[in-house]
Design a protein around this ligand. Structure first.
Ligand code: DQA
Length: 144
């Protein structure tokens, strides 16, 4: 079976490369998408890779894709720490959700320590940069 994987990226991740490179590195979101595409090809997965700065758009995409995907990888960025709406929409899913962060929020400001995604995630990969996305895809390829 070819598993359909949706990767969602939240606000400000479109600015990777320019955004706080000491924290997030120099890779752009497009670079990360290319790495993910190569990983999904290797894993016999198909990839839908998206980014939005709008909470409601992320919620709508989760609703629309819920019956069409086999797994979701989400870096909800700042919405991780604030969004009950995204938390509620993830409850609609019956497929595994993997939470990814480029940095390790636990080692940063207190307001990043709580995640609304984590209680619904099968696995969390933090602080590994782009490799966290690859680990999430590899995890889904062996745990579906
Ligand atoms: C982030 C961590 C969040 O705290 C932050 O708001 C982001 C990016 C990460 O990938 O490290 O925008 O999700």
């Amino acid at each position: 079976m070819t598993a359909r994987i949706l990767i969602l990226n939240g606000p400000n991740l479109n600015m990777l490369g320019q955004r706080e490179p000491a924290i997030y590195g120099h890779e752009t979101l497009q670079d990360i998408e290319k790495l993910c595409l190569a990983a999904t090809r290797k894993n016999n997965q198909t990839l839908d890779f998206r980014q939005s700065n709008y909470e409601g758009e992320l919620v709508t995409w989760i609703q629309q894709e819920k019956d069409k995907i086999n797994g979701l990888v989400i870096n909800a960025a700042a919405y991780t720490h604030t969004s009950i709406a995204i938390h509620d929409s993830l409850k609609l899913l019956t497929v595994p959700v993997i939470e990814v962060h480029l940095s390790d929020p636990q080692k940063r400001e207190n307001f990043r320590h709580f995640s609304y995604i984590e209680p619904l995630a099968a696995k969390v990969f933090s602080g590994l940069g782009a490799q966290g996305y690859i680990k999430a895809l590899d995890y889904l390829s062996t745990n579906l």
